[in-house]
Design a protein around this ligand. Sequence first.
Ligand code: PLP
Length: 352
Amino acid sequence: MVIPPAFMALVVQPVPQAREQVALLVKAHPRQVIFTSGGTESNNMALKGFAAGRKQAAMAISEIEHSSLIAPAQNLQQHGWQLDLIESDSAGRVSPAAVSEVINDETCLVSVMLANNETGVIQDVAAISDVAREREVIVHTDAVQAAGKITVDFAATGAHMMSLSAHKLYGPKGVGALIVHKSLELEPLLHGTGHEMGMRGGTENVAGIVGFGKAAELAVKNLETHTTHLHELQRLLERGLREITGVSIVAEQSLRLANTTCILAEGIEGETLLMNLDRQGIAVSSGSACASGSTNPSHVLLAMGIDRDLARCAVRVSLGKDNNRDDIDYFLKHLRRELANVQDPALQAWAS
Ligand code: PLP
């Protein structure tokens, strides 16, 4: 049957189209895209799908990974896998040398995130992959925070697997993807019918996937405009922060995402500062947003060698495309006010 041109748009298959859009986001091939329920599932699938069906051996993950990567790694450890931790330096970076150091004859998988969710520090995953590939070790990278904020090229990272999540790039919640190199064999986590090339059973979340595809398309289109805007705001924000006594910027010298600035505000707990700023209509997070509610200092900051008490004073400021210069001024004004309150000896005396 010949389809008249006027009806061509109607026959676009939404899921394959979204697969192409997501593939373009990370310069991968559409066949490498497996849709999942989000970054957490992608990270679980990368580790557990890799481990299933393989002889128990060793895997190495960096100390600064997101909990959705650490937890499945620890679960595998409980089931007999050896788990080695790759150190971060004080600037929040994981060096290829540190990766090389932990790789042993048993190591078959290494996982290092592309950008950290708390500090925004961007890792040189390509150099890490070089080191791992030389020793015939498979590489996974969690690019949940990086995709849509910097140019991500799956092949150039040298990784065999890459996790993505739609809601980090203005897409819907509850959908993500694992990008898998064709040479790699994984076991599905969810067995079912042949969905996602047999890699993830279950009827697809079509609405979520379509939303992810559109968000990916827009992220590619707007990447330059958004990052230029965010870099400008971040410069303004950090210039203001440097002028406030008692405030330091975590991993200040490292290459970081333009939207993420983690600060340590001496003398006030991150949770308290968060609540006080919230009353002024400012939304920041203390430590890892994903672990909020926990009063423990962030494992990422501890891994960087930051003192436990100081690590409790961490607050993460995440900027978005809709923020503007007035927001930065407003935030700095209220941060200064909060810190002046805790540093004011008269107030301190009154409070004690
Ligand atoms: N990986 C990183 C680096 C994250 O920041 C997050 C969530 O914030 C996840 C994974 C989990 O992604 P999701 O919320 O889609 O499960």
